[in-house]
Design a protein around this ligand. Sequence first.
Ligand SMILES: NC(=O)c1ccc[n+]([C@@H]2O[C@H](COP(=O)([O-])OP(=O)(O)OC[C@H]3O[C@@H](n4cnc5c(N)ncnc54)[C@H](OP(=O)(O)O)[C@@H]3O)[C@@H](O)[C@H]2O)c1
Length: 263
Amino acid sequence: MTFAERYGPWALVTGASSGIGAEFARQLAGRGLDIVLVARRPDRLEAVSEDIRTTTGRATRIINSDLTAEGGCQRVIEESADLEVGLLVNNAGFGMSGGYHQLEPERQVQMTVLNCVAPVLLTNHYLPKLKERGRGGLIFLASLAGYQATASFATYGATKAFALMIGEALWKECREYGVNALAVSPGFTQTEFTDVANIRDAGLYRTATADSVVRASLRHLGRRPSFVHGPINKLLAFASRFLPRRAVIAITHASLRGRSNLE
Ligand SMILES: NC(=O)c1ccc[n+]([C@@H]2O[C@H](COP(=O)([O-])OP(=O)(O)OC[C@H]3O[C@@H](n4cnc5c(N)ncnc54)[C@H](OP(=O)(O)O)[C@@H]3O)[C@@H](O)[C@H]2O)c1
């Protein structure tokens, strides 16, 4: 089976207006899939859509939806109801850096809804259809921050541990009926993420591009339950399994402390 036969005809990408999501949309279209683009900013979605149509000739559909709003996921489901979605990319997400006491409570709840609840609601809807077809995929954007407790990034790190765990668990469950799940864990990547997360300086860590994260993701889909992007990040994730938890928490905190605009 070709990539498009396995994961097409449509891929639905949340957070497709910028960064990693926009790159997923472009690369999946380059592999012969039509793309449903989901996010809040219509102008940005239109620009990605136009780029896809002119460079690949693939069809696109834009769905403007705030996935943290009441009925936001339902709107996506209804507006894509006539399409056969073979690949769901649960990518939309944001982070909040700083001490827990400094973070706005309501926004922390929104982040948890977007990073954890929205992927569950969308997977609830699309997975039974993929199971029925006996082919397709689910991608969850986790993070290196999900591999250990991440002080100064506490709630965000916890939401990404959630994405990592659900992605890996579904890899095992779903492969029995022909559906491939994958949890993707980038380290700092050059997108709008750091600005939104209020990170002043991602320092030496800011080395990856969205292009390379997505290329690696599409290479690993169907082959592994999860992967960490980049050799240094891989080493850090590996080390976190063997060092005492207290030490891992301290090292992570030392590397992030002072990078938030709030600190
Ligand atoms: N960049 C990194 O360093 C990094 C590292 C590890 C993991 N990740 C993960 O990668 C994923 C993509 O992030 P990115 O780096 O590409 O950041 P980004 O450039 O800020 O993109 C985030 C995307 O999420 C969408 N989004 C935000 N809030 C939304 C909402 N309420 N409803 C619907 N869509 C919403 C944004 O679109 P609108 O604003 O138009 O709605 C945008 O398309 C996230 O899950 C992030 O946690 C990123």
